[in-house]
Design a protein around this ligand. Structure first.
Ligand code: C5P
Length: 407
């Protein structure tokens, strides 16, 4: 169902101390349902034994070109043909050079030369080696050939020095794999605008009116849309979550800023999914200085409504609009009313009184209502899975609107 399930991924591992992270990567890809084959250079086997990868992926890695017992000459061609994506992580300076020059000296470079699958290269090396003109020129060659280079990142290196050369985080690499595998998905060529997080409406320089939204639901929708091939713009209120890879992220603070960003992003968009918990009220004015405590006085802060973003976007031909309704009572009646008030195609209703779902939780239990009166009650599931279900409905609406003759 999801874009890693049953997908043929070849993970190539080369001789860097960061090999230990590749074990985690192999494990996570396998757990996500991918068909994972691992190829190691002989140097990589000196850092981690092949049996470690066999244990986490369920398949024996390939590493010895000269193993007389196996038909590896055919194996690398078969792997190269089957692969839907080839990921080299960690990639040493040597393998980067071999790829750039087209040298086929061991199983990894052999397979990389033989495959026509997209290539993701995740360098990991000492910063001096990474910055060397030879490595930089090779990386430019690979980039110009359409290879996706991921990282390296800044931080502590094996030498104990700080610098650029660390292998990207496993989650980042998985994000790029999902993105590459998602190209050509059912939302390819579609522009999807997603909002996430809450908003902060400032009272004074240090205080604000806010809410408990974590951003997890909106970020999951953005990632799932990316994984189905969409071009995604994520407009996020304050959230500690990192930017999803291959998504254009616009960080805003107040509802008014979110409105401006969303209205601009909706130009040419096919879908707007408003998962953000936008504040409904904002202080009538922001005080310039920090408000002082006065023991004997009560403090009243007049609030005025924030701009209604969905209403301001309005009805645009070809734009599918999805709202969220977080309610603590009369969930479905309130959600149904919002479909009409905000002229939505879909609304995702969730009961925020549930302790295992909703704000800040990793899971959600929602009901998706549509403007034709349809209703889908989903059981408790991860927010990514919820996002996938919402996008199923969005994709259906987009496909149906394509069939309709122009008005
Ligand atoms: O706050 P409320 O429950 O009415 O939010 C319902 C939907 O409207 C959500 O999708 C939310 O993102 C959106 N909304 C908005 N502008 C606001 C408040 C909420 O677009 N000012």
């Amino acid at each position: 169902m999801y874009n890693l399930t049953d997908r043929n991924i070849v993970l190539c591992v080369t001789g860097s101390i960061a090999v230990y992270k590749a074990v985690d990567l192999a494990s996570k890809l396998t757990q996500a349902g991918a068909v994972l084959n691992v190829i190691m250079t002989p140097e990589a086997t000196k850092f981690v034994a092949p049996i470690t990868f066999q244990s986490v992926s369920g398949r024996c890695p390939y590493w010895d070109m000269w193993d007389a017992n196996s038909n590896l000459a055919e194996a690398h061609i078969a792997l190269a043909r089957q692969a839907e994506v080839l990921v080299i992580a960690p990639a040493t300076a040597t393998i980067v050079a071999r790829l750039a020059l087209g040298l086929a000296e061991e199983m990894v470079s052999l397979t990389a030369l033989a495959t026509r699958a997209p290539l993701i290269v995740c360098p990991a090396m000492d910063s001096q080696m990474f910055e060397h003109p030879a490595t930089q020129e090779h990386l430019t060659t690979l980039r110009n050939r359409g290879v996706q280079i991921v990282g390296p990142e800044d931080g502590r290196l094996a030498s104990g020095q700080m610098g650029r050369g660390r292998l990207s985080e496993v989650e980042t690499i998985i994000g790029w794999i999902r993105h590459v595998l998602g190209r050509g998905g059912d939302l390819a060529g579609k522009k999807v605008v997603v909002t996430g997080g809450g908003t902060h409406e400032p009272i004074d320089p240090v205080r604000f009116v806010g809410n408990n939204s974590s951003g997890k639901m909106g970020f999951a929708v953005a990632e799932a849309a990316r994984d189905r091939g969409a071009d995604v713009v994520l407009v996020s209120g304050p959230s500690v979550l990192p930017d999803p890879v291959a998504v254009e992220v616009l960080r805003v603070r107040r509802a008014a800023e979110m409105r401006d960003a969303v209205v601009a992003a909706c130009v040419g968009a096919d879908a707007l999914i408003m998962a953000a918990a936008v504040a409904d009220y904002q202080p009538a004015e922001t005080v310039g200085e920090k408000i002082k405590r006065r023991q004997s006085e009560t403090l009243s802060i007049p609030l005025v409504p924030t701009p209604d973003i969905l209403a301001e976007v309005g009805v645009r031909p070809g734009l599918v609009k999805v709202g969220f309704a977080a309610e603590s009572r009369d969930l479905l009646a309130n959600a149904q009313q919002k479909i009409e008030d905000k002229q939505l195609d879909l609304i995702v209703a969730n009961d925020i009184t549930a302790s295992d779902a909703g704000f800040a939780a990793d899971n959600n239990r929602v009901v998706i209502l549509d403007s034709a009166g349809g209703r889908a009650e989903l059981p408790l599931m991860s927010k990514y899975d919820v996002a996938w279900h919402i996008l199923d409905k969005v994709a259906t609406l987009l496909a149906a609107s394509k069939l309709q003759p122009e008005a």
